[in-house]
Ligand binder design. Sequence first.
Ligand SMILES: Cc1cc2nc3c(=O)[nH]c(=O)nc-3n(C[C@H](O)[C@H](O)[C@H](O)COP(=O)(O)OP(=O)(O)OC[C@H]3O[C@@H](n4cnc5c(N)ncnc54)[C@H](O)[C@@H]3O)c2cc1C
Length: 203
Amino acid sequence: MQNNHIPTIIIIGAGPGGLLLYHGIQKRLNKNGEKFNVKIFERDTGPRDRWQGFSVFINSHGMRSLMSCLPESLVTRLPEVIPIPISEKESREILLIDDKGTELLRVDSAKVNYLFELANLSNSNAYAFRDRLRDLMLEGVNIQWGKKCIGYDEVNDEVWAIFEDGTRERGDILIGCDGIHSPIGNKDYHIYEYLIMELHKLS
Ligand SMILES: Cc1cc2nc3c(=O)[nH]c(=O)nc-3n(C[C@H](O)[C@H](O)[C@H](O)COP(=O)(O)OP(=O)(O)OC[C@H]3O[C@@H](n4cnc5c(N)ncnc54)[C@H](O)[C@@H]3O)c2cc1C
């Protein structure tokens, strides 16, 4: 890549993974000036296109990733979307039982007084409102909605994302955060810390 060239990273998918990666690049790599131009494309036409589930459990690794990648202004608001149960009054857990009432699986939420304590605990989970967490992570991100990626072309040092609507987008790096049926094909997209470290070497 030329010295004065700002590489473009194309992220496919604006789920929790793509959004966290976007924020992580902005916070960790672009904090002292733009080292990467980041574009994010999502097949849904908007954040309310489809119901994605009521809740999601966040474990300590997830909490550390949220704290490490999100801007401070959003980190301080995480307790709004990942509320800690009121001690002795509330409980949030997943309980699976069979047809005879035998307990098969119980996932309890963390017993902490302060959400961010979770980052230092192993084998603990906090219960997030999935849509509210995503709404929070969408703040300040310019998503290009309605762009379903159907493949890509690599031409010399460039990569072109190909969209179902017939358009193409040029980038230097293409990262698939588009869930388990990814046409991008990189299956290691969950290791965002690793990706950020690798991108750091390029910046
Ligand atoms: C029932 C259920 C319960 C779960 N519970 C938990 C839990 O408690 N804790 C937990 O950590 N995980 C849980 N998971 C897994 C959870 O869904 C993932 O951790 C999380 O959603 C992964 O985020 P992601 O961004 O990688 O993928 P997704 O959430 O799948 O996001 C992918 C995004 O990419 C978009 N996309 C897909 N294809 C394309 C394309 N071709 N072009 C453009 N955009 C595209 C999608 O529309 C979506 O917005 C659960 C999953 C299920 C099914």
